[in-house]
Design a protein around this ligand. Sequence first.
Ligand code: ZN
Length: 280
Amino acid sequence: MREFTDLSALALNTATLGHNLEGQGAGWPPERVIDACAERGFGGIVFWRREVGNRAAELGERVRAAGMTVAGLCRTPYLTGRDSEGWSDGARASVDMAAALGAEVLTIVTGGTQPGTKGLADTQKVLAGRVADLAVHAAEAGVKLALEPLNPMFGGNRTCIFTVAEALEICDLVGAPNVGVAVDVYHVWWDSALTRSLERARGRILGFHLCDWLEDTRDMLLDRGMMGDGVADLRAIRAAVEGAGYRGPCEVEVFSARDWWLRPPDEALDAAADRFRRVC
Ligand code: ZN
């Protein structure tokens, strides 16, 4: 497992400051986020599309000028489920935005069960076809696609893949070299087969997301814990992720409408840096 002597492996997902949702967080402009991360020695930033708008190239340059990388972009619109109508144009536009930012990885949260179907099998087939289609455009743009499995409680309206093993099955069906998985501790910490699945993911892990699972979670979407405040075995998961060859950024991603988003952003950034050093 890597030993970190500085924060160059740490990336901020701006959702940690509430910037993934309108009206949440302190509403810092991207430039202020970039400066605050650079001052602390973070290695990268992951933006959400709503912050980037038509300024992708400009913001990417700004991040690199500050000595960091754009570690990724969140995320495609849903590819399946009731909200996936017109998915192709939106997904291609998000690939183009990632390319303009200079972001190596675009995250895919799949979307839920297809209208008119039940369960997951039919939807997963649709998903594989759509990811294969998008992967061609992404390859032309030099962008990798990271399928992020979500905790099963997000089944129905947000995802049709619940585990790293299921994400790898989609990768196998797609068979494209620029498609892999994102491992988010919030979504996978409970999975007793995780270590075995990660062994199979060698060479296909494109992202590693950090937060914690609070013992008494109050909101399944927006009550993530800061690393160390919950019950996920963060070091064991990182050991397994790195045992599978992952050497990329560790991305702190704390959706926390009731706690961290109410605090000054500097406090959240300092806590992320401190916890990364001590408990991850
Ligand atoms: Zn994530």
